[in-house]
Design a protein. Structure first.
Length: 213
């Protein structure tokens, strides 16, 4: 997720070029020289003996065998490192929740971000409309159950090991599924046609699936 980020613990094994996010990289010639000598990670340039909890020490040009012509560049580089947040510790890197000051995710802080980032589907938009209808709660609940295929139709009861007739209770011709009972049943379609005509609604749907309609 975009709000997760790494909290830097031990940088010991990181390559030198990783530090370019904090300080400018050394000149290309010096970098090539370091690579040729196998000096490629932070561990190679840390001066452990002279480091303290207050100040990170770095190896000198003499210890690393850097030529005198790069002495000034190396001193500038290590001075910049000393002022940077790079510190060598025994802690491990860990993922933190960036929006929180303490770094720990909580539902209270995460929920608003999720709502902002999430784009509701057409079906989810219908759910919101259903629960906002000025209708009795039982009516809204019935409509929600119908869309979610939770109504006690013959096919759903059969899944629950109910033994009984599973034909449509209206037309007695086909299996009573959720889509058939509310959409494709010939008698249901006649009822829908009368309702739409009474309300002067000209739009019709061709789908026989509730969710698609």
């Amino acid at each position: 997720m975009a709000n997760l980020q790494w909290f830097n613990g031990s940088h010991w094994g990181r390559p030198l070029d990783w530090m370019q996010q904090f300080v400018p990289t050394p000149p290309p010639d010096l970098t090539a020289f370091l690579n040729n000598r196998g000096i490629v990670t932070i561990a190679h340039i840390v001066d452990q003996l002279n480091s303290t909890i207050f100040q990170q020490a770095w190896k000198s040009t003499a210890i690393l065998g850097i030529l005198e012509l790069w002495t000034q560049e190396w001193r500038q580089y290590t001075n910049a490192l000393s002022k940077s947040p790079v510190r060598i510790r025994d802690d491990k890197d860990e993922l933190i929740w960036a929006p929180a000051a303490h770094g720990a995710y909580t539902p209270k802080e995460g929920y608003p971000i999720i709502l902002t980032a999430h784009k509701p589907t057409i079906l989810e938009s219908w759910w919101c409309l259903i629960w906002k209808l000025k209708a009795p709660p039982r009516t809204c609940l019935f409509m929600w159950n119908m869309i979610m295929n939770k109504t006690p139709t013959g096919s759903n009861l059969m899944k629950r090991s109910f033994h009984g007739p599973f034909w449509c209770v209206i037309c007695h011709r086909e299996e009573e599924t959720n889509d058939h009972l509310f959409m494709s049943c010939t008698i249901t379609q006649q009822i829908w046609e009368q309702v739409l005509s009474t309300l002067n609604i000209t739009q019709r749907w061709e789908e026989n699936n509730i969710k698609e309609a």
